[in-house]
Design a binder for this molecule. Sequence first.
Ligand SMILES: *Cc1c(COP(=O)(O)O)cnc(C)c1O
Length: 371
Amino acid sequence: MSRVAFHLRPEAADFDPYVPGLSVDEVRERFGLSTVIKMASNENPLGISPLALAAVREHAGYSFRYAREGNPDIVAALAGHYGLPEDRFVPGNGSDEIIDLLLRVFPVPGLHNVVASRASFSMYRVLSRLCGVEFRAVPRRDDFSPDLPGLAAAADDETALLFVTAPDNPSGFCPPRADLESLAGSLPPSCILVLDEAYVDFCPEPGAQSFVPLLNDFDNVVVLRTFSKAYGLAGLRLGYGVMSPAQASVLHAVHMPFSVNTAAEAAGIAALRDRNFYEETRRVVAEGRARLSDELSSLGFIVYPSMANFLMFRPGAAHTKSAADIFEQLLARGVIIRRLKSYGLEDHLRVSVGTAEENRRFIGLVKEICA
Ligand SMILES: *Cc1c(COP(=O)(O)O)cnc(C)c1O
C-alpha cells in the first residue's frame, strides 16, 4: 500500500469545488449522441465575434512571445471605450482572476469577512473558503431578489468585500442602479462593494445600469466585467475590474505575470470594436429570452424575471416531473441546461438563451418530457 504524505492547509481539505456546466463532448460520449446543444454556461449563442476571430488568427504566430506586463494595449482600449483613465483598469484571466485577487488582497484571514447573498455565483464562496476568510451568506427576499438592506446590515467594520451580482446569477434579477448607489453610500467605510456586472450587457440600457460611469463618486466600489458572455470569448479567458487607482495599483502589484495571454488581449481589443456583433448578440438574447420566458410560463413553470442571457425556472404545482428529472431527460436527448443544486437550489433550473433554433429545440423537448 502506498502512502502519500504531505502538509495540507485545512482550507484546501475536503474542498467543495466550483461545479461547472457539463461540456458538449462529455454528453456526446455519455449518451452516444451526434448533436448536443449546450445551454448551460451562459456562453454567447452567436459564438465569437468575427473581428475577434480574425485578431486571434493574426496574433497566433506571436504565441511564442510573453504578453507585455500589465497588458497595456487592452487597458488603453478599455480606457478609451469608457472615457476613463487607464489607472482604473485591471485586466485578468477572466473576471474570476479579479475575484481571486480581491479575496487574496483585501480580507485578512481570520480577521475580516466577506458578505454576499445566499445562492450567489459560487466563486465568491469557493475562493473565500480557500483563503480562509469568513463568508457570510445573507438570505434573499421571497421573490429571490437580493436583500440589499439585509446585505448592508450583515456588513460590519471587519467586512472587506460585499459582493452583489447585477444582473444576478442564477436568478437574472437586476437591482436598480439607484438602489446600488444607496447601498454603496450606506456601507462601513472600509467595506468595498464589488458589483459583478458579468451580465449587464443584456440589460435594456447597459449604460444606464452599469456603475462604471459613477465610479468617480464612489471610491469604495469595484466593478467586474467580462468578455466571456456578451463578447463571446469565454474560452480565451478575459475579464477586468474597474476601480479606484489606489485599489488597482495593489492588484497590479501582486497579480500573476502574463495571466492575460496575447491572443485574449488581441481578441478583446477587436471585440470592443465589433459593435455589430455586440448589438446582434443583445438583440438575439432579448428576443430569445422573451420567447423562452413566454413558452416556459405557458407550460406551467415558474419563471423568474431576467435581465441576463439566461432564465431561472422551476416546475409549477401541476408538474409531476422534478427539476432533476427534467434536467436528466433533456441531457439524454442532447440538450444541456444547468441544475442549480450546487447553488443549494434543488428545485430550480437555469437555461441559457440560445439561437432561435436551439430555443425551439429546447422548448420542444421540454413539452415532450412534461407531456
Ligand atoms: C460568468 C460569470 C463571471 C465571468 O467569469 P469569467 O471568469 O470572466 O469567465 C463572473 N461572474 C458571474 C456572476 C458569472 O456568471
